[in-house]
Ligand binder design. Structure first.
Ligand SMILES: C[S@@+](CC[C@H](N)C(=O)[O-])C[C@H]1O[C@@H](n2cnc3c(N)ncnc32)[C@H](O)[C@@H]1O
Length: 242
């Protein structure tokens, strides 16, 4: 099997191979397309960012999908319900920082909310643009090329817990989110809390960036085969008034 070199070609082939491996293996409650998309993205990020061998990444993420798709699908259902509830209480365009492949696009579209998607990874940006989105900005959250006070709501999901990685400066990302949010604007932050990232660390980061934390809400506990339990949690913060 030839190994594709272009990121989009590699992603498409990864999707195809994952779909073949998972077809008929998952219960009807699981959205096969969503499972394939997510695991193909993560597998390709492992190849391009970490230098993982593509066949190896494909094997690893096929096994992960087989083991975790049911739990992940339920976690996502609860996450989307919470985000929908919170977004319904806000107005105006949404800023999604670290938007990945655009997983939340259907949520914003369903609420009739325009959104700006910020994502540093070329694959994520290419996938969002290929799906027809035009407000996609290729950037890390640390340097948002967006005007001050331009948004009333920002979503940062599953990004800050990577704060130990050299390419994720969580205080800088949050400082930028605070800058582009209008005073009183809402931050919806979703992270998995566990051994590597605890609630105190998270809420301190939010407070230090000037957010008043209104609510911290657990919505799912993951129990992966690795044994590292994580509590998937939403924090709702309000950007303080200058
Ligand atoms: C686990 S994915 C989550 C994607 C999306 N937020 C979601 O909920 O589906 C984390 C994303 O954060 C992006 N990311 C990595 N470093 C970042 C940074 N410094 N600023 C913003 N996003 C970053 C990654 O490229 C990846 O797409």
């Amino acid at each position: 099997m030839p190994r594709p070199s272009d990121e989009l070609d590699r992603y498409d082939l990864t999707c195809q191979r994952l779909r073949e491996a998972l077809l008929g293996q998952l219960p009807a409650s699981v959205d096969l397309a969503a499972t394939v998309t997510a695991h193909a993205y993560w597998a390709c990020v492992a190849v391009s960012r970490d230098g993982t061998d593509w066949e190896q990444a494909l094997r690893d993420y096929t096994i992960l999908a087989q083991q975790q798709a049911v739990a992940e699908s339920e976690a996502e259902r609860r996450e989307i319900a919470l985000l929908r509830r919170e977004l319904a209480q806000t107005r105006g365009p949404v800023l999604d920082v670290g938007a990945g492949w655009g997983r939340l696009v259907p949520l914003y579209a369903g609420l009739n909310r325009p959104a700006v998607y910020v994502e540093p990874a070329t694959l994520g940006v290419q996938l969002m643009r290929r799906s027809g989105l035009n407000r996609v900005v290729q950037s890390g959250g640390e340097t948002l090329p967006l005007a001050d006070s331009a948004f009333a709501v920002a979503v940062i999901g599953w990004v800050l817990h990577h704060h130990a990685a050299p390419d994720v400066d969580a205080p800088a990302i949050l400082a930028q989110a605070a800058r582009v949010l209008a005073p009183g604007g809402q931050l919806l932050s979703i992270e998995p809390l566990g051994e590597n990232f605890c609630q105190t660390e998270w809420t301190s980061l939010l407070s230090e960036a000037g957010f008043h934390i209104n609510r911290v809400e657990w919505f799912f506990t993951s129990e992966p085969a690795s044994g590292k339990t994580e509590r998937y949690t939403l924090a709702v913060g309000t950007r303080g008034v200058d």
